[in-house]
Ligand binder design. Structure first.
Ligand code: ME8
Length: 647
């Protein structure tokens, strides 16, 4: 930190024909989050996204609709452009490949390569895949079919223009080997090196207009348009002024970071890099390939018909909750499974329970005992010094983890800090202390409020709107600036707090996910696009016989231990008189397992069993929680026989 750095981040430009799904949303939210973290680190930033609008599929779709391709694109690109603000994404520029500022650059680049002898005419024969819009050699095919789409391929023989990519293979290899952070994560660099080992062919970059008219015309042969990838990749430089605004171009291009999905690694790491070499331009600083969001074992994709609509999810749970889930539950570079249940659990545990609850807990106490204002900080004791030290460590650790692309770990570290604040409140019990030593209770509450302010800054890149709301509640409205400016102790005693509203309502598990979500198509069509995220409703009234269906029993704890690998789960072995039960309960943040054996608890005994952390949990232990007393287990007033019915 300190010296002025720049960060230019790009997403793939999405095919205009697709409806945006969670996979697209992920990459764009990731870019937005990365750029916000870079801002916090003091970098100057630029963020580009856009749409890829040429090619055969667009031409065919427009024909089917009886529209011109341009009118078709004008309409469809809006699905992307209008989605991003709804997900709190703030790109600086949105490029469409049909814009003149782009087509001019593509033509100038083609002309330059043509004049330099880097484009040649060859008579070409090969296997053409309509779905992938490219030629394949015999060795590329899988069982005689297109390796990308699995569709049949056609043998085509024609004159075409070729980019002499083969010239640059060795230079590319040297660059990858000399720059270990160029292609990330490292196993993707190995994949590219293995691809180069097979030897680079030249790349066919033209399509005869008689076969495909919807593309950018070659400046040196008006019977041809250029290959859609040659066109699309240049968006990263056309948008920042290549050939038109050298100052802007020089300002950003040396700091370019491409975020892409692993499906387009070759086009970026091989085609794009060699194109840049031939154009005499430097390579981007990094190319990061993310994994895929899967549904079951398969990639979420429109052609497979298993997509989840980001708007549908946002409408139910809110944009920031969706962002938090996407950023927390995917390790950059690896695949992850998308499930609405996992999203709900993440919301309920990390956001509603840990973060939201902490805010509510301290707000309640400040309201009751300190007139709803920030109390005096007082003189910190060892306990407060420990909290401050953790906050300092976190401020240093988060940028490092973000640089290392360990966004999920950065978020987890921040949440651990939040959990430690909850524990600090439980351990120091300001709700009791306030009766005998109000200044000491004030000191504790001040520390938690400062801790919350730090968490709000550090989580702002992931959940900008919610964290700005939290800062408003803490009486310090505004956007976070740079981490250098984040100093402990800036909350002013006497400032009015406004943390009354639940920041993160608990969400209900979908009854049968994913069908329980509103139809993604309906939501994407704008039917309920403006609906408020679900708020926690009071429980619905139930009839007596419904209540009677709940089998509540007293159980004696035989043993209790932490679930390995989880910081929130306890594993109970219970005696129900006639049988023993194993129950996993999310209480580890509140209750120590030691000393529970021999005590009694109340169990919902006929709850459908559920697998939690690979353990079959048979029932639910009842507890209650208030800001004053924290969480306590519900117990019978006197020892009773194990298995006794509660009514
Ligand atoms: O390939 N999980 O566009 P595209 C995660 N126009 N990410 C996913 C995903 C999934 N299931 N599905 C898609 C193109 N993505 C070209 C790009 S760039 C010069 C041209 C994301 O609409 C992922 O980032 O098919 C992937 O690379 C991108 O969407 C592809 O979007």
């Amino acid at each position: 930190m300190g010296e002025s750095r720049r960060y230019y981040v790009t997403t793939p430009i999405y095919y205009v024909n697709d409806r945006p799904h969670i996979g697209h949303a992920y990459c764009t939210v990731l870019a937005d989050t990365m750029r916000r973290y870079r801002r916090l680190m003091g970098d100057e930033t630029w963020f580009l996204t856009g749409t890829d609008e040429h090619g055969q599929k667009v031409q065919e779709a427009a024909e089917r609709r009886g529209m011109s391709p341009q009118a078709h694109c004008d309409e469809l690109h809006a699905a992307f452009r209008e989605l991003w603000p709804q997900l709190h994404v703030e790109e600086d520029d949105f490029i469409r490949t049909t814009e003149p500022r782009h087509t001019r650059v593509v033509q100038a680049a083609l002309q330059q390569l043509w004049e330099a002898g880097d484009i040649t005419i060859q008579s070409y024969e090969g296997w053409y895949s309509t779905g992938a819009e490219r030629f394949f050699t015999e060795k590329d095919l899988v069982d005689g079919r297109c390796p990308d789409t699995g569709q049949p391929v056609q043998w085509i023989s024609e004159k075409n223009y070729f980019f002499r990519m083969s010239r640059y293979g060795e230079r590319l290899r040297a660059h990858i080997e000399a720059n270990p952070d160029f292609i990330r994560p490292p196993h993707r660099a190995n994949e590219v090196l293995a691809f180069l080992d097979k030897g680079l062919d030249d790349l066919c970059i033209s399509r005869p207009k008689e076969r495909l008219a919807w593309g950018i015309e070659l400046p040196f042969d008006s019977d041809y348009v250029t290959y859609v990838w040659f066109d699309a990749l240049l968006n990263y430089v056309s948008a920042i002024g290549l050939f038109s605004d050298s100052e802007r171009f020089e300002r950003w291009w040396p700091h370019a970071h491409h975020l892409i999905g692993k499906d387009i690694l070759t086009t970026h790491s091989v085609y794009w890099t060699t194109m840049l070499m031939a154009l005499g331009l430097p390579l981007p600083r990094s190319i990061t390939a993310t994994g895929w969001w899967l549904q079951g074992d398969t990639k979420m994709s429109k052609s497979l018909g298993n997509v989840v609509s980001p708007l549908g999810m946002k409408d139910v749970y809110g944009a920031d909750v969706l962002r938090f889930f996407l950023m927390r539950d995917m390790v950059i570079g690896l695949d992850a499974n998308f499930s609405e249940e996992a999203l709900v659990r993440r919301n309920n545990s990390d956001l509603a329970n840990d973060l939201g609850n902490l805010a509510r807990r301290v707000a309640g106490l400040c309201d009751r005992y300190f007139e709803g204002k920030v109390p005096e900080p007082g003189e910190p004791t060892a306990a407060e010094a420990a909290v401050m030290a953790t906050a300092d460590d976190l401020r240093a650790a988060v940028p490092q983890l973000v640089d290392d692309l360990k966004l999920h770990s950065a978020i987890e570290e921040i949440m651990q800090f939040v959990r430690s604040l909850n524990k600090y409140v439980t351990d120091t019990a300001p709700f009791r202390l306030v009766k005998t030593d109000a200044p000491a209770a004030g000191r504790i509450l001040y520390t938690v409020l400062e801790g919350l302010r730090h968490a709000a800054w550090l989580l702002w890149p992931v959940m900008p709107q919610k964290m700005e709301a939290l800062l408003v509640g803490l009486g310090v409205p505004g956007k976070p600036t740079t981490l250098d400016a984040l100093r402990w102790g800036e909350l002013r005693a006497g400032t009015g707090l406004g943390l009354g509203e639940a920041l993160f309502p608990r969400a209900e598990l979908p009854v049968a996910a994913p069908e329980a979500a509103p139809s993604p198509e309906k939501a994407a069509e704008g039917g309920s696009a403006e609906a408020e995220p679900a708020q926690a409703q009071g429980p619905a009234e139930i009839a007596f016989d419904q209540f009677e269906q709940v089998d509540l029993r007293v159980a004696t704890v035989l043993s209790c231990q932490r679930v390995e690998g989880s910081d929130r789960l306890l594993d109970f072995q219970l005696d129900l008189g006639t049988e023993q039960r194993r129950v996993v309960s999310g209480l580890a943040q509140h209750i120590a397992p030691e000393g529970l054996a021999g005590t009694q608890v109340v169990l919902v005994a006929n709850l459908a069993p559920r697998k939690i952390f690979k353990i079959l949990s048979q029932g639910m232990i009842l507890s209650c929680e208030t800001p004053e007393s924290g969480l306590t287990l519900l117990r019978p007033g006197a020892a009773v026989a194990a298995g006794a019915k509660v009514s």
